[in-house]
Design a protein around this ligand. Structure first.
Ligand code: PMP
Length: 402
């Protein structure tokens, strides 16, 4: 039965008042919560002015608020200094800023980057391109039968040339939680290795304490955490962030400019040229306040039960092959005898929103299932009735099997 807690939580998401879609595509994007929507409205109606430029009252108010939001995010992720929080457009931009910065200022020709086999294209494509442009050697960390990075292989792959290890906290293709704590511990036996973690699928479900985790960089998009699109967060240790170069040139990232010389601003500003997405920052701050006002531990517990129920139900269907593992909110499966694209179309006609195909992790998903998979991903606002409807709809696909 859907818990009262989950139903109360669901009431904070206006999408559900206006939709009859069974939304199980939360790994792609979560719905935005009412407090975040209110913050966006409030910002444009009453507070709109730029930050870090003009000196009039609303601009000063906004600058202060913008920097308070940054501090709030730092504290939320266990960081002491707000300079350790860089706003980006999204996870993809953050992955690019990190990789390009490290290539320009840290890596030399012939250096090795260890990349997990299952990275999202945001991470995978970026490092493949960087390896080509900067003549690096890309080494892939294989997966074990639990769909987790193989830590023994990781240890063995590290060489004197390894400078970067790029992994994700939770796989977007399989939903499996990765042993990043152990991976970071292994990597940190070597002082010259920088660890980059894609946290896009983790931040909404797991506690991330950067001080404890000791990753050099960690990034995600706010839209996967009940906030709006157009905002990403790049977190880092100060000595690692200072290795990054300005991804763009322009206003805010400079301190003193004449016709030939430029003195750059300090962290975090030189990584944030141009007018930022102020409304999205306000929205994300409101989301964090909202999340601290609800019982997230109980909601995660409910989500865990819902996930176990979903997987148990799917396992009873003979033509479904589930990719099992330690999954927090998403799971992937294939249907024998029905092409993934056809299943997607049929489910969409039944008003079910899930993701099908290669999940922007094409090399890895192709290895697992050459026609891609169906990925169902939940959040604590999903109900038992939605899971039942979804499972019944999958059962109905039997008539379409080859
Ligand atoms: N990494 C992972 C693991 C993701 O799931 C996603 C979003 N699908 C991204 C990176 C990219 O996020 P965005 O498109 O918001 O930049």
């Amino acid at each position: 039965q859907t818990s009262q807690l989950a139903l109360d939580f669901r009431r904070n998401f206006p999408y559900f008042n206006n939709s009859d879609v069974c939304y199980l595509d939360n790994a792609a994007t979560t719905h935005i919560c009412q407090p975040a929507l209110n913050a966006i409205n409030h910002y444009y109606q009453f507070e709109h002015a730029t930050v870090h430029r003009s000196n009039h009252t609303s601009a000063t108010h906004n600058t202060n608020k913008f920097e308070q939001c940054r501090m709030q995010v730092a504290q939320h992720f266990g960081l002491a200094d707000k300079k350790q929080v860089i706003w980006t457009k999204g996870a993809t931009e953050a992955a690019n800023i990190i990789a390009k910065g490290l290539c320009q200022n840290y890596l030399d020709e012939g250096d090795e980057v260890l990349l997990s086999e299952a990275e999202h294209h945001a991470h995978h494509v970026t490092w493949v391109e960087m390896a080509k442009q900067y003549k690096l050697k890309l080494v892939f960390i294989p997966y074990n039968e639990n769909l987790q990075i193989d830590l023994v292989a990781l240890q063995n792959l590290i060489s004197a040339k390894t400078k970067v290890i790029a992994i994700s906290h939770v796989s977007n293709a399989t939903g499996v939680i990765q042993p990043i704590e152990q991976a970071i511990k292994i990597s940190k036996q070597f002082q010259h290795i920088k660890v980059v973690v894609d946290g896009s699928q983790a931040v909404n479900h797991l506690t991330v304490d950067m001080a404890e985790l000791n990753a050099d960089f960690y990034f995600f998009s706010a839209h996967k955490m009940y906030s709006g699109t157009g905002l990403g967060v790049l977190l880092g240790q100060l000595n690692s962030l200072t290795l990054l170069s300005a991804p763009l040139y322009g206003g805010e990232m400079v301190r003193k400019v004449d016709y030939s010389n430029i003195e750059y601003n300090q962290l975090p500003f030189y990584l944030e040229a141009g007018t930022p997405n102020i409304a999205a920052v306000h929205a994300f701050s409101a989301t964090l306040n909202f999340l601290s006002s609800v019982d997230t531990a109980a909601l995660h517990q409910y989500q865990h039960q819902l996930m176990c129920y979903l997987k148990a139900q799917l396992q009873t269907i003979p033509f479904v092959q589930l990719l099992n593992g330690d999954q927090v909110s998403a799971t992937s499966f294939v249907i024998s005898g029905l092409h993934t694209a056809d299943a997607a179309e049929l489910l969409s006609q039944m008003k079910i929103a899930i993701r099908t195909g290669f999940h922007c992790a094409m090399p890895f998903v192709t290895k697992l299932a050459n026609q891609g998979t169906l990925r169902v991903s939940i959040a604590p606002y999903n109900t038992v009735e939605e899971i039942d409807y979804f499972v019944q709809s999958i059962q109905k696909l039997e008539t379409f099997l080859d």
